[in-house]
Design a protein around this ligand. Structure first.
Ligand code: 5GP
Ligand code: ZN
Length: 113
């Protein structure tokens, strides 16, 4: 999608600090980090949100989580990390290209805000 900021990052039209890439997934640093480590894992395919994902995306969704685990290990998050998906405006989703936040390097509260 030409107007989607994350599709533009995938197309390298907008620069990003890429920390992970494979055939179908890109991982890059969040521009407004909420923790010492804050990486976004996205599919290269445009899927607007978890609500828009289809049954055929099930393996991709699993691989996004495994990619988050790989990046956590790569960046030394040995004592824990959080993986978050905000689905929909009320949950705080602001970019409508599905992504998982990988957050680490500090303590996290529960329940989240
Ligand atoms: P959401 O609020 O949709 O769950 O998360 C969107 C995230 O994307 C936010 O944490 C925001 O800081 C990040 N973001 C928005 N635009 C850009 C951008 O152009 N580059 C990068 N690296 N992150 C972005
Ligand atoms: Zn997109």
């Amino acid at each position: 999608m030409a107007e989607c900021v994350f599709c533009r990052i995938v197309a390298r039209e907008i620069p990003a600090q890429v920390v992970y890439e494979d055939e179908e997934i890109l991982g890059f640093r969040d521009i407004n980090p909420q923790a010492p480590v804050h990486v976004l894992l996205i599919p290269k395919e445009h899927v607007a949100s978890l609500d828009e994902a289809e049954e055929r995306h099930a393996p991709l969704l699993g691989r996004l989580l495994l990619a988050a685990r790989s990046v956590a290990a790569q960046l030394g998050l040995d004592d824990g990390y959080r993986v978050v998906n905000n689905c929909g405006a009320r949950a705080g989703q602001s970019v409508f290209h599905i992504h998982f936040h990988l957050l680490g390097g500090r303590d996290f509260a529960w329940p989240p805000g």
